[in-house]
Design a protein around this ligand. Structure first.
Ligand code: TXA
Ligand code: MG
Length: 358
């Protein structure tokens, strides 16, 4: 299959007709095909959420286990009401954070096929803050089930190029909406448990939500005693081919030198040691090859992180050294992804859903 890439912003800024391309994308979705599209977090791999055969194609294209639920993307609150029971707290959160990077897990209505919810009786709903995504949902007139548009286990795609790399030949259309603004996937908040819990940290933090949910932290415990988790928060995920080692900012340079000596002792006199860090973290490495500047603040680090992880594969790195960040605010979501890339996260004792890929 030929994969077409539609350049949304070029069309938008040249005042070209947008109706025809979005009608075509909508027709593909209605015909049960997959369309990748931009959101403010990462790119999604979309299918008609109400069509089990179409949704099955998502799992096949990604190589993802079929019991890992998909987020359903909607363009307005009426669509949300058609798909899920909306308690008053959810209404408040929707008013405050939608469109935006917050997925709400709610009781699903029977119209949603179980393949979409990974067999669960709940559904994760999200209204993305990207005009191309909203246009697509509105043109199709359908809720769109969409996981991140990466091959399972790979870093989520933050550009159309990333999607093309993973999905070329597997899907008919990618809508190119530029670099994803946030760069990390949405915060997943479970409103179906007795105590609301963040299943996946993201750009919207517990500190942002606590005004609506007193006492909420990223570490809110579930009644069964385990740390709250989305089924898809896999053990080793976002993982580049090379080993990833996390270093405190001031340890990067000494670790780099030690690693270099170790490779040399093993007969590799010119190892490719990729360093992913802020400007301060790169201190001492001005002459070093294969450094990737993640940015100067946490939002920039979040935006660039997956591009950086993918780049380490492109250069065939022998080892990846990545800066460790303080686990507060956005640093929590960044470290969640980095720990998975480094496979540092201990297996939780009570992960009832098993270990699966996003
Ligand atoms: O930002 C995002 O959320 C992106 C864009 C495309 O919207 N989507 C995304 O989807 O990251 P995905 O499938 O890669 O990750 C969805 C996460 C998984 O960890 C999944 O287990 C969890 O959300 N999830 C979805 N529905 C759920 C449910 N009903 N209960 C618990 N967790 C759920
Ligand atoms: Mg994913």
């Amino acid at each position: 299959m030929e994969t077409e890439v539609f350049d949304y912003f070029s069309a938008l800024y040249s005042n070209a007709d947008l109706t025809a391309p979005f009608d075509r994308a909508a027709a593909l979705l209605r015909a049960g095909e997959l369309v990748a599209f931009p959101t403010e977090t990462v790119y999604g791999l979309g299918a008609n959420a109400l069509d089990p055969a179409a949704v099955t194609k998502i799992y096949q294209a990604k190589g993802r286990p079929s019991d890992n639920p998909l987020i359903v993307h909607i363009a307005n609150e009426t669509m949300a009401e058609d798909l899920a029971e909306i308690p008053p707290l959810a209404k408040e959160l929707m008013a405050a954070f939608w469109p935006g990077p917050l997925t709400l897990v709610l009781p699903a209505k029977p119209c949603l096929p179980r393949v979409t919810t990974g067999g669960l009786s709940t559904v994760g709903l999200r209204m993305p803050a990207h005009s191309a995504a909203i246009r697509l949902i509105e043109a199709a007139g359908l809720p769109i089930a969409a996981p991140s548009a990466n091959l399972s286990g790979r870093p989520s795609p933050t550009s159309a190029g990333h999607v093309l790399h993973d999905m070329r030949g597997k899907i008919p259309l990618i809508i190119d909406g530029g670099e994803a603004a946030a760069g990390l996937e949405s915060t997943v908040l479970d409103l179906t448990s007795a105590v609301p819990a963040i299943l996946r940290p993201g750009v919207i933090t517990a500190a942002d939500l606590v005004e609506f949910i007193p006492g909420l932290t990223e570490e809110t415990r579930l009644p069964h005693g385990g740390v709250a988790r989305a089924p898809g928060m896999k053990y080793r995920h976002y993982a580049p081919k090379a080993r990833v080692v996390l270093c405190d900012q001031t340890d990067i340079y000494p670790t780099y030198k030690a690693a270099w000596r170790q490779f040399a002792a093993q007969g590799n006199s010119h190892p490719k040691i990729a360093v992913l860090a802020t400007l301060n973290g790169l201190t001492g490495l001005a002459e070093a090859e294969n450094c990737f500047l993640l940015g100067e603040n946490l939002p920039q680090v979040a935006q660039n992180l997956f591009t950086a992880l993918r780049w380490t594969d492109e250069i065939n790195a022998d080892l990846v050294l990545a800066e460790r960040f303080p686990e507060t605010g956005l640093g929590i979501a960044i470290m969640n992804r980095l720990n998975k890339a480094a496979a540092n996260e201990p297996k939780p004792p009570t992960d009832k859903q098993g270990e699966q890929h996003d």
